[in-house]
Write a protein that binds this ligand. Structure first.
Ligand SMILES: Nc1nc2c(ncn2[C@@H]2O[C@H](COP(=O)(O)OP(=O)(O)OP(=O)(O)O)[C@@H](O)[C@H]2O)c(=O)[nH]1
Length: 684
């Protein structure tokens, strides 16, 4: 991670240490004294404890304590991965109930679920841990990990998150926790950034597409969370509607029973006596336990007489209705705005003679809380795991409490179960409104976890994983491509170098065998070739010397001398053709070797050469034509003695010079008297 120890890198390291230390101190302070509200939540305590371990590991890492850092962080990594798996795995696979069992002694009265950090915090802690454990490879993967963490935290803490109806189970709870994680993140980022220089281009290549994938993952995650919340809302609404139906049907049953009584009373000419009233109303009282009062209110001379003459109070009598229905109303339902838990509903039905004359009213008072209790005895979604509250204008009428830890997620359903007929309503048959009752359902964390889809969490995890893979692939691909390019470049250089060396070697070997001025084989080459021809006897040699060459040098200069040397060499080569090998023997001397050439043949060749030079447009400073003298020698008996043969040719040449130059002289072996000479020597 720390590539070099330049002053800049040292500064980065110090800053990284400072930030990590700050995170460590803040985590300890939050756990102990700083924020009791934060520390009181078990999930926050877990996050802070885990962050503390990460901070210790990171601190060791910034101090180059790689071993101790790994020792601290590997077990933590395993723990975090298990927690993440628990968050993402379906409840059927890994039931939290079952998982909580071994830890019950530790976590009671809360459950393991209460202690599990929210998803966002788990993900950030895992990414931080992996970032440190990657160590020397961290410059490959850490930038994207940091980017992902940052986006996650931002999404979780910005106002944007509050627009999204996501379940609180999955999100960070406190700003202090976020601050600790942010400091750790900053500390690690500063520690890594100094090593970015060598791979900056590759980082850029990998970072953009994979960050885009991270953003898309986050967007998809939020979308799926909205979907999951929508499903939960739907479940809640369905529960509310079922209760609404039960309440409405209960109320309608009562109203119909009351209407039967009304019809019966309208048949009687006089209000019933007290005994008769008791007898008549007994079924109602027995059947509807929430019936508080039931009265027969007489009307005398067009005025309502109140209190009623015929009253059947419940054992605990309720207050009188504050409002009295108008005489012409067919049926009136009134909500009596008493303190919410004792709130009543009054139903009033007129009692008329067949001619239409109003005799009085049948007035019933119902206790709403008793009615609700009767219709909702057992919570439908598992006893103790759902809190249900029935409210009227935000005032509690009835509450069914839960046993577990309440999740911060609710669904509210307006209950349009009890039609409300206002007393001032002239059109008696029209329902103007419903009693504004509201039902609020709140599951405990266990139930919420069971009900809520795991899809958003799984999508988030997989999306981040794929982003990381994409990033690493692009990064490595770019790294490899640039390394490949560098390799190809150095290969090209190497190939060029090899070619140059080969050419130089060829030149060198050519120079070793040839005369640089004339381009003809040199003495070494001539000798080597003659050795290879040693079996091709008889073998003849011709030694050629330019006559008075010194004069050319002296009178026309060395450059002209060189030019003449080259011209004679070229001319001799053209004249000789394939009849033998011509080479420069030294100075202004040339040597011709003719394999399988008798002296006569060699003599003819020599003569051809002499004539060619003589006739060429080559001249001395005074216009005298340039001539050459040639000495010829031949050996027909093995073994070949080249030195001796050349010496013999030299003797013949010497003779040619002394006999006036521009001539061919043959060497005749005077010792053994043998001569291959068939033809007389040529002269000018
Ligand atoms: N320009 C030039 N001169 C050379 C080269 N090699 C030898 N010479 C000259 O060739 C001359 C040879 O002269 P000599 O051996 O005295 O003979 P010569 O003048 O040719 O006279 P003869 O051989 O007696 O006809 C010398 O002056 C050398 O300096 C060369 O490569 N280039």
């Amino acid at each position: 991670m720390w590539y070099t120890s330049t002053p800049v890198v040292r500064h980065y390291r110090l800053l990284s240490q400072g930030l990590t230390l700050l995170a460590l101190v803040l985590a300890v302070a939050s756990l102990t004294v700083l924020d009791t509200r934060v520390a009181s939540l078990p999930a926050n305590q877990t996050t802070l404890a885990l962050a503390l371990i990460v901070a210790i590991g990171q601190w060791r890492w910034t101090r180059k304590g790689v071993f101790t850092s790994a020792l601290v962080l590997w077990p933590l990594c395993l723990c975090l991965v298990t927690l993440l798996f628990g968050t993402c795995a379906p409840e059927d696979w890994l039931s939290l109930e079952r998982l909580s069992e071994p830890f019950r002694w530790l976590t009671t009265p809360s459950t393991l679920l209460d202690w599990r950090p929210p998803l966002v915090e788990l993900v950030v802690l895992t990414l931080l841990t992996l970032g440190i454990l990657a160590r020397t490879r961290s410059s490959l993967g850490v930038p994207l990990l940091h980017m992902s963490c940052l986006l996650l935290l931002l999404l979780d803490q910005t106002p944007l998150h509050h627009w999204l109806p996501s379940a609180a189970l999955l999100h960070a709870h406190s700003l202090t926790v976020t601050a600790v994680l942010g400091l750790l993140l900053a500390g690690q980022w500063v520690g890594v950034v100094s090593g970015w220089r060598p791979t900056r281009d590759s980082l850029r290549r990998g970072l953009w597409p994979s960050t885009l994938l991270v953003v898309m993952t986050l967007a998809l995650w939020q979308y799926l969370e909205i979907q999951a919340d929508g499903e939960l809302q739907y479940l809640g609404q369905r529960e509310g509607r079922a209760m609404e139906e039960r309440l409405a049907s209960e109320f309608n049953d009562f109203r119909h029973s009351l209407q039967h009584l009304q019809v019966f009373l309208e048949q009687s000419p006089l209000p019933p006596s007290t005994e008769r009233w008791q007898h008549l109303t007994r079924p109602l009282r027995d059947h509807f336990p929430y019936l508080a009062t039931l009265r027969y209110v007489e009307v005398t001379g067009g005025n309502v007489r109140s209190p009623a003459t015929t009253v059947v109070p419940r054992p605990t009598d309720m207050p009188q209705p504050a409002a009295v229905p108008p005489p012409e109303a067919q049926i009136t339902t009134l909500a009596i705005d008493a303190p919410a838990p004792t709130m009543k509903i009054t139903l009033s039905l007129p009692i008329r003679r067949p001619g239409g004359k109003l005799l009085g009213h049948l007035a019933a008072t119902l206790s709403l809380s008793a009615m609700a209790e009767n219709m909702y005895t057992h919570p439908p979604s598992g006893a103790g795991s759902l809190q249900v509250r029935l409210t009227y204008h935000n005032r509690l009428i009835k509450e069914w409490p839960m046993e577990g830890h309440p999740a911060s997620w609710t669904v509210s359903v307006p209950l349009d179960a009890i039609p409300l007929h206002r007393p001032d309503n002239k059109a008696a048959t029209v329902d103007t409104a419903y009693l504004p009752l509201e039902l609020t359902l709140r599951p405990d964390t266990r139930l919420l976890t069971r009900l809520r889809s795991r899809l958003p969490a799984v999508t988030l995890m997989l999306g981040l994983l794929f982003s990381q893979f994409l990033y690493l692939t692009l990064f490595s691909q770019h790294q490899m491509a640039s390394q490949h390019r560098a390799l190809a470049r150095s290969n090209g250089d190497l190939r060029r170098e090899v070619r140059t060396r080969h050419r130089l070697q060829q030149q060198l070997s050519w120079l070793a065998d040839h005369d640089e001025l004339t381009g003809l084989p040199n003495r070494r080459h001539l000798q080597a070739t003659a050795q290879t021809w040693r079996a091709r006897l008889p073998l003849s040699v011709i030694l050629v010397d330019i006559d008075h060459f010194k004069r050319i040098n002296d009178c026309l200069g060395h450059a002209e001398g060189d030019r003449v040397l080259k011209a004679v060499g070229r001319l001799a080569q053209e004249t000789l053709g394939d009849d033998g090998l011509l080479g420069r023997y030294g100075g202004e001397e040339f040597l011709v070797i003719i394999p399988e050439g008798r002296l006569a043949e060699a003599s003819a060749v020599a003569e051809r050469l002499r004539r060619a030079v003589r006739q060429a447009p080559l001249a001395h400073h005074d216009g005298t034509p340039l001539t050459i003298s040639l000495g010829v020698a031949c050996q027909d008996q093995a073994p070949l003695d080249l030195a001796r043969l050349i010496q013999q040719a030299d003797q013949a040449l010497y003779t040619a010079k002394h006999q006036g130059r521009d001539r061919v002289e043959l060497f005749v072996d005077t010792v053994d008297g043998a001569s291959d000479l068939d033809t007389p020597p040529f002269t000018a």
